[in-house]
Design a protein around this ligand. Structure first.
Ligand SMILES: Cc1ncc(C[n+]2csc(CCOP(=O)(O)OP(=O)(O)O)c2C)c(N)n1
Length: 284
């Protein structure tokens, strides 16, 4: 499939709008990490994954495991934009009877393949799915999304050992390196050092993406990962927590914060202006 960066950028704007709308319906939620991963979701859903929104259980589909499951609003935003369910559902985040719980749940939401939220567990689930697919000679991919704070979980590294040992080249891992986690920077909480070198030492093919909020750079990294046929790949995305919306990108701690429904139109206008779209996304 030919990559259309303009179309995918437009989808990333739609995803960001949906994230803000979803969280505004509840008043508060995981804004920062949802916005930082919006562009990766736009690339995956908008031009890379073999999926069918009309048939979420399609047998040969690619899987996506959002291991940082607290960023459910980002996934719901993408799924709604792709037509898995009506956009009105976005206004029911975490309410009684909703199909959109705060953390992703495969039993509740069409298009969600794995239940996540306890950090680290999605890494093992994704490696298990990729291992099963490899045993079955399936041609699909499993895309795993980890947070950088999530790397503090020992379980991540157990799954990484397993994936490298089993040559799971059908497993493509993204690490959303926004430099912040729940209550501080990752350097303050537990310094991670050089994340790429760590994955490399475990036997991964590592691709650094200088601007992890740039859809073309993300797409190129995925193509690079797909050329690797022997070992798993890790795509290290250097992102900004709260990317795309100045108020959140510049906030010291936007991990879980308020979105006021009264401000939505103003945020939407900011997102629609290409010049400002990069505001808070640029790494200069
Ligand atoms: C096992 C576990 N421990 C603690 C938490 C609480 N928690 C939720 S989000 C979070 C920080 C995650 O940071 P990061 O992975 O960097 O996510 P992002 O910044 O991308 O939102 C923590 C500690 C959890 N969900 N699971």
């Amino acid at each position: 499939m030919k990559f259309d960066s303009e179309k995918v950028s437009t989808l990333s704007v739609a995803i960001r709008k949906n994230i803000l709308r979803t969280i505004a319906s509840k008043g508060t939620g995981h804004v920062g990490g949802s916005l930082s991963i919006a562009d990766t979701l736009a690339v995956l859903y908008g031009g890379v994954m073999n999926i069918d929104p009309a048939n979420p259980q399609k047998a040969d589909r690619d899987y996506i495991v959002l291991s940082k499951g607290h960023c459910g609003p980002a996934m719901y935003a993408a799924l709604a934009a792709k037509g898995y369910f009506g956009e009105a559902e976005l206004d029911t985040l975490n309410q009684n009877g909703t199909i959109l719980p705060s953390h992703t749940d495969r039993a509740k939401t069409p298009g969600v393949d794995m239940t996540t939220g306890s950090l680290g567990q999605g890494a093992s689930l994704a490696a298990g799915a990729a291992f099963a697919d490899k045993l079955n000679n399936a041609s699909n991919y499993t895309y795993l999304i980890l947070g950088d704070g999530e790397l503090d979980e020992g379980q991540v590294w157990e799954s990484v050992l397993f994936a490298a040992h089993n040559h799971l080249s059908n497993l493509i891992t993204f690490v959303d390196v926004n430099g912040k986690q729940l209550d501080g920077t990752t350097d303050e909480v537990c310094c991670l050092g050089d994340i790429g070198r760590k994955f490399d030492a475990f036997g991964y093919h590592v691709i650094e993406v200088e601007n992890g909020n740039d859809v073309s750079q993300i797409y190129d990294a995925i193509q690079d990962a797909k050329r690797e046929r022997n070992i798993p790949s890790a795509i290290i995305l250097h992102t900004i927590k709260g990317a795309g919306v100045k108020k959140y990108a510049e906030m010291e701690n936007c991990h879980s914060t308020n979105v006021d429904i009264k401000n939505l139109d103003e945020f939407y206008r900011e997102l629609e202006k290409p010049a400002e779209r990069t505001g808070g996304v640029s790494h200069d």
